[in-house]
Structures are given as structure tokens and as C-alpha cells.
Design a protein around this ligand. Structure first.
Ligand SMILES: [Zn+2]
Length: 348
């Protein structure tokens, strides 16, 4: 008591000393500056409050799960986005980081064509993780569950860590959200020629059916295996030039033409995975410029890869199934709870 009393008296004495030694003009400036700072703080708080009503709503419903050993916190974030402009723009507007939007596009990209299928009024909601290390946000983590309402159909994907250590997305029933084939074998490309049974050949100038799809891309662009499989052929074949053929199953095979070169280790009999780079875009064989000619064969017959309905990837394995269904039900009810809570908070 005595000590603090003494300190208070000492402080007061010092203030009096400062006041007496400072010229009045300085004191006046000091006071104005202080008032100005107070005003700025006050108004920025006000703006923050009106802006953050939604933010605080979201914060109320985020859960913190603390892993004390590495001081890493994972916080769950829920968002619901109604699409009026685009999946991307509306997602950003609701505060979704773009990495999360990209993940969403990847997850549902197998079922939904985001350029042609989206209608105003479509919506999506999701729960994703935010990772904090020592209280600082380090990254936007994975989407744990996402629901997409697209023109009267509902798509749901739930992330699950399998017993082999990999994580994948499945439907509530355990169907893999992935398809057995990628939509396109070249990432950044445009379709320069479609599947057409009565096309005039650009070099031969005769009517020859075009049994595949041409993807125009920069010379050297990576070409990806569209599905898991085994290399059936990797070599040179007349008009096709440097060619790779992959057998995916008894029923499905794909063919890639005009390659500049093959990836290392690509040879007959080698196993490849979906998305793996197998070669590079070129113009070998009969080609007017660099492009990939891509064919899709079902039961040995040419099929239009843009129209064929791709088979699903493997569903969840039987060993993981029981636990997955339990996990899926928990995640579904979490999502439902968040949706109900948000609706009731928004309507208040
Ligand atoms: Zn072609």
C-alpha cells in the first residue's frame, strides 16, 4: 500500500514538472494529437463492428481443437455461399480463401461442369480447417465436408483418412467423388478440334473421321495420364508420331499422339497413375502445329472423350467402410447444425 502510494505521488510530481517545463503551445499540440488518435480508433471500431457482424456470427460457430504438444491449433470454419455471379467471386465475397475455392472446384469438378452447369441460385456450404501455429494463422487447411446444390441435385463430399494413410473424398454412401478418368489430358489448353466422323483432314485434305479430340497447347506442355493403368505402347507410329497408349482396364484404353518426347521411365509395361506426366506436347507425325491428339477407347471402339460418361473411381474399401460411414454421419450432422445455426442467426 505504502509503496504504491509513494509511486503515485512520485508520478504526479513528475507530471507537474513536465507540465511546468513544457511551453503551452506544445501541450496544446499534444492534446490535439491525442484527441485525433482517439477519434480514429473510435471510428475504425464502428466500421469494424458493422462489417464484422457476419464475421462474429461465423466465429461463434467455429470450434477450436488444441494440440498442445506442437502448439498447433486447428479451427473449423463454416461458410455458406449463394451463387449470383460465379462460384469464385461469390466465394471470395463470403470470405473464402482462394485455395479453399480451388479445392472445392477440384472435389466437385468430376461431377459438375463449372462453366456450363452453374445457375444463379445454386449454393454450396462447407466446413474447412484453419491451421494456427502459436496463435498465428499458418494456412487454410483441407475441406472436411462440402455440399453443392446444383440445379435440384445435391452433391456431398466428405474427406476421410484411409487406413493406408491417404486421404480421399467420398459421398455419404462411400462412393469415390473422383472418376476413373480426368476430363482433360493437358492442363492449360483449349480444344482445337472435336471428335468428328466426317472431318476433312488438315494435311491430307480428304474426308477422314477424327477419332479423338485435339488439345492445342504450348510445345512442351506436360501430358497427363487421364487414368491409372499400364503402358501398352510407347514409340513411333506413322501419322501419330510419338505415341503412348495406356490400358486402364479390360474395357478402357487411351491414346496420346504427336508428342514431342516421352517422360523418363515411360515404356511398355510400366504402371502409371492418374495425373502422372507421361510425355510432352509436340507436333511429331502428321501435325500442322503443336497439339495433343487424344483418343478414348471403350471395348476397343473409338469413343468421344468429351461425351463418354466416365466410370467412378474405386469406392471406399471394405476394411475402412464401417468406420467411414460413422464418420460421414457425424460430419453430415455437423454440417446440418451449422446450416441451421446460420439460418437462425441470419434471420434474427
Ligand atoms: Zn486429332
Amino acid at each position: 500500500m505504502f509503496l504504491s502510494d509513494l509511486m503515485l505521488r512520485k508520478t504526479l510530481k513528475q507530471i507537474r514538472l513536465i507540465l511546468s517545463t513544457y511551453p503551452r503551445r506544445h501541450l496544446y499540440l499534444l492534446a490535439t494529437g491525442f484527441a485525433l488518435i482517439l477519434c480514429i480508433v473510435f471510428f475504425s471500431r464502428m466500421e469494424l463492428d458493422s462489417d464484422s457482424s457476419k464475421e462474429s456470427l461465423y466465429n461463434q460457430i467455429s470450434i477450436v481443437d488444441l494440440d498442445s504438444e506442437v502448439n498447433t491449433e486447428k479451427s473449423l470454419v463454416f461458410r455458406r455461399v449463394e451463387i449470383s455471379n460465379s462460384l469464385y467471386a461469390d466465394g471470395l465475397r463470403e470470405g473464402l480463401p482462394d485455395s479453399v475455392i480451388m479445392d472445392l472446384v477440384y472435389i466437385f469438378g468430376w461431377d459438375i461442369d463449372f462453366i456450363h452447369d452453374i445457375r444463379p441460385g445454386d449454393s454450396y456450404s462447407l466446413i474447412y480447417e484453419e491451421v494456427f501455429v502459436n496463435g498465428e494463422k499458418k494456412l487454410d487447411g483441407d475441406i472436411l465436408i462440402a455440399e453443392f446444390l446444383n440445379q435440384n441435385s445435391t452433391h456431398i463430399a466428405i474427406r476421410y483418412k484411409l487406413s493406408n494413410g491417404t486421404s480421399e473424398y467420398f459421398s455419404p454412401e462411400g462412393r469415390n467423388v473422383k472418376k476413373a478418368f480426368l476430363r482433360s489430358p493437358v492442363k492449360f489448353s483449349y480444344i482445337s478440334s472435336k471428335y468428328n466422323l466426317k472431318r476433312k483432314h488438315p494435311i491430307l485434305h480428304t474426308i477422314r473421321s477424327h477419332n479423338g479430340v485435339d488439345y492445342a497447347a504450348r510445345r512442351g506442355s506436360p501430358v497427363r495420364a487421364t487414368g491409372d493403368g499400364t503402358i501398352l505402347f510407347a514409340g513411333v507410329k506413322n501419322g501419330c508420331g510419338n505415341e503412348i497408349e495406356i490400358k486402364h482396364s479390360e474395357d478402357y484404353s487411351t491414346r496420346y499422339c504427336h508428342l514431342q518426347k516421352f517422360s523418363t521411365r515411360i515404356k511398355k509395361g510400366k504402371k502409371v497413375e492418374q495425373g502422372q506426366t507421361i510425355g510432352y506436347v509436340g507436333s511429331s507425325g502428321l501435325a500442322t502445329g503443336p497439339h495433343l491428339h487424344y483418343e478414348f477407347h471403350v471395348n476397343g471402339k473409338h469413343t468421344d472423350p468429351l461425351r463418354v460418361k466416365f466410370p467412378n473411381a474405386e469406392p471406399i474399401n471394405t476394411g475402412d467402410r464401417k468406420e467411414y460411414i460413422e464418420h460421414a454421419n457425424n460430419m453430415l450432422s455437423s454440417l446440418k447444425n451449422y446450416q441451421i445455426l446460420t439460418n437462425s442467426l441470419a434471420s434474427k
